[in-house]
Design a protein around this ligand. Sequence first.
Ligand code: GLU
Length: 493
Amino acid sequence: MPDSTVRDRVAPSPTGDPHVGTAYMSLFNLAFARQQGGTFVLRIEDTDRARYVADSEEQIFDSLRWLGLDWDEGPDKGGPFAPYRQSERTESYRVHVQKLLDLGHAYYCWCSSERLAQMREEQQKAKRPTGYDRLCLGKTREQRAELPGFSEQPVVRMLIPDDVSLVFDDVVRGEVKAPRPDDQVIVKADGLPTYHLANVVDDHEMHITHVVRGEEWISSTPKHVLLYDWLGWDRPAFVHMPLLRNADKSKISKRKNPAARLLWFRDQGYLPEALVNFLALMGYSMPEGKEIFGFDEMVAEFDWARVNTVGPVFDLDKLNWLNGHYIRELPVDELARRITDHLSHAGVLPPAPTPEQRALVLAATPLVRERIAVLAEVEGMLGFLFAGEDLVVEPEAAAAVLTGDAGAVLAAASTALEGLGDWTTPAIEAALRAAVVDGLGIKPKNAFGPVRVAVTGRRVSPPLFESLELLGRDTTLRRLRAAAGLVAPPAAP
Ligand code: GLU
């Protein structure tokens, strides 16, 4: 039975350009919320001021919107439990920390970072478990100040009981056992709460019923459960999703893998619907192993029992295959619109292309749609159409192709095309064949290479005669002549 009281959330930290994991988590949270008729919340967890990056929040919004993973409540939208940015909720954290201190579940700690580092080193040397040794527990500020390693600004720590339960229920994993936690810091020396406290207070105050997040948070959950219990709050349900992994099974990170950056997919020209399908496929099995499906189908079939708990390997070949499929499914005019946007984004076209430029992309789209897996490939393929006077012939292409007979080919091609009545693909093809293949007796395989390099600047291009038609006579002739000047003179006998 759907339950419209379901509320879940994604809670990214604005610490740089958005991680692909944020989209992955948003997708699963959103699919579940939509299936239940519930609410999906976006909360910004920005209490770690040392790692805060100013425009990261906007990038998170933009990239999730680009993927169509839109939220119901959030910092930009408001909602009944606003504010949705942790830096604006500090008063609430303060009240709850005071309560934990009063109940004896938390204590002040004045140990300096030097003392903590030294303590850890000694524990490691002695092969003892590392963890805070509770030097400050039960002491007043004055008592502690008498001892070495005192710092003026205290932190607040949780007093983890000896009999802490390390086991909790996970919706997809069943009973999970986490390692024993240290006396976790919940308020830092700067007075701001750590993730653990702020996350629990917010999830409670925002009436979150399902905490759906990555498996890297499993070891934090026993601490969170304690906080819920100490504060007398109901625990939410926990779902720990498998992390996306590199081929070597390590966690996918921005350092090691460009695909960890959500913006990378946009720059490469992946279609949002393909990326959403791919991310779903990474953590989820559809009935009958269906591989191509949209968000709405995922929602209709959504069931936590279908989540795979084994960390999926991020398979770029699979994504490219899916993206190619989605590209070829789009109607030509829609694909042309996406290609135009991509070319603008990449700087090949201006931010607001002219109607002529749009028309040219539309006419060129059928020439590339079967040949590309990502829209970024179009930059190279169609760049020649928009380069005008600035076409740069790739030196490697010139060196390989603009040699030998190329001078004669270019001259014959220019003459044939100059006088051509009808500037259409069949007429261009017939004229070039007559002039170069028949006229000069050069095999078709070698005949058109110099023409291609001259007008497109590259050895690989969309079909040649269609390309010339789109480029127009004047530009074609100008480029044929310019390339004649690049042809290497024959080597001296
Ligand atoms: N701020 C945490 C993150 O960046 C949220 C984790 C959670 O969902 O509890 O992933």
